[in-house]
Ligand binder design. Structure first.
Ligand code: PMP
Length: 355
């Protein structure tokens, strides 16, 4: 009987591997710098008087505040259970299973491919070029049956911003053909402006955002999909009936208050300073990728040995070796000053041994 679930499982999912995270695997560590979380925490108040009622489909104050923050109108966004739900929703709304395809540009964030696969949508890989930029010609040459093109900027895990001219070229070329999804989960850490100001110009532009990173709210699962109103209307047909739980809306609304926004801006600047300091310390030791996110990717002689040495020191990082071209690359999330100091000295000790 124990194999009932395995026998009932949709046939196409038999070799699917769940999204990997050290926490899910039950690893133990003292310093968790593996999931691009933000070490800060703020206090929020909850009013439980409405917990007995279904929440609003899209809580109006939340929508108004995020629209104002993002510089769009309140019909141009949908609040979701993290940006991850936005990815899934786009695929479910626009891609015909076993027929349509999505393009992803590896090395990049893993959930685009996982969501596509679980929805029986094929993934076409158009690798980033040698400067870790979108290969625009490569994408345009691979558009057969493609409805969605996922581009991540700043890209996770490499850290690069995608050049705006390339994004523009892609949007222009695909204007009547496909949606270009620009995942801006880490945009607050970047000096490059958001592409959101182009929303009026490109009916095919979709932007993904989240409160998990700069806002330090990964635990509440709140993200936003932003696009032209016509796109949002289609997504709204497919999303679950009450997608934003009441406590999530309450916290997110407070997170988007003016006071909190200025605290976030300061914290982001602090994390960016720690990122720069970490990169400088590592550069004499190894190849360090430039980063516009709250993480830094670097290469080591042996990623498994390095992960083990770091785990022995109580520090959990993320091995990116399975990603195209990233063999022996490890990503560190920028944590507190103390966490970074411990991480840096543990890495220095590892390099001393390894080289
Ligand atoms: N996009 C990228 C590039 C990410 O790295 C992540 C989180 N790791 C997400 C989206 C999903 O974020 P959320 O927590 O909002 O689901």
């Amino acid at each position: 009987m124990s194999d009932l679930a395995a026998r009932l499982l949709r046939q196409q999912l038999t070799d699917l591997v769940p999204y990997e995270s050290a926490r899910r695997l039950g690893g133990d560590g003292e310093i968790w710098l593996n999931a691009n979380e933000n070490p800060y925490s703020h206090s929020y108040e909850l009013d439980d008087s409405r917990f007995g009622r279904y929440p609003e489909f899209q809580p109006p104050v939340l929508i108004d505040r995020y629209a104002a923050y993002a510089g769009v109108n309140n019909k141009q966004l949908l609040a979701t259970r993290g940006a991850d739900e936005g990815i899934e929703l786009l695929i479910r709304t626009f891609c015909e299973p076993q027929q349509d395809k999505v393009i992803i540009c590896p090395p990049t964030y893993g959930m685009y491919a996982i969501s596509a696969r679980t929805n029986l949508v094929d993934v076409v890989n158009v690798p980033l070029d040698s400067d870790y930029q979108v290969d625009v010609d490569g994408v345009l040459a691979s558009m057969e049956s493609v409805k969605l093109v996922f581009v991540c900027s700043p890209n996770n895990p490499t850290g690069h911003d995608m050049q705006p001219e390339k994004l523009r070229q892609l949007l222009e070329a695909l204007k009547d053909q496909a949606l270009v999804v620009v995942d801006e989960a880490y945009i607050e850490f970047s000096e490059q402006p958001s592409v959101l100001s182009w929303i009026g110009e490109f009916p095919n532009l979709v932007v993904l955002r989240t409160l998990s990173k700069a806002f330090a709210l990964a635990g509440i699962r709140c993200g936003f999909t932003l696009a032209n109103e016509a796109v949002i209307q289609q997504l709204a047909k497919v999303i679950a009936p009450y997608p934003v739980p009441e406590p999530v809306a309450q916290v997110a609304i407070q997170a988007l208050s003016d006071d909190n926004l200025s605290a976030v801006t300061e914290e982001v600047a602090g994390l960016n300073a720690l990122r720069a300091a970490f990169a400088e310390t590592m550069k004499p030791l190894t190849e360090v990728f430039p980063s516009s996110g709250n993480y830094v990717l670097f290469r080591v002689p042996d990623a498994l040995a390095c992960m083990k040495a770091m785990a022995d020191a109580g520090i959990i990082l993320r091995n990116q070796s399975k990603q195209l071209t990233l063999q022996n690359c490890i990503r560190v999330t920028i944590g507190t000053e103390q966490e970074m100091a411990r991480t840096t000295s543990a890495l220095q000790a590892y390099f001393k041994e390894a080289v």
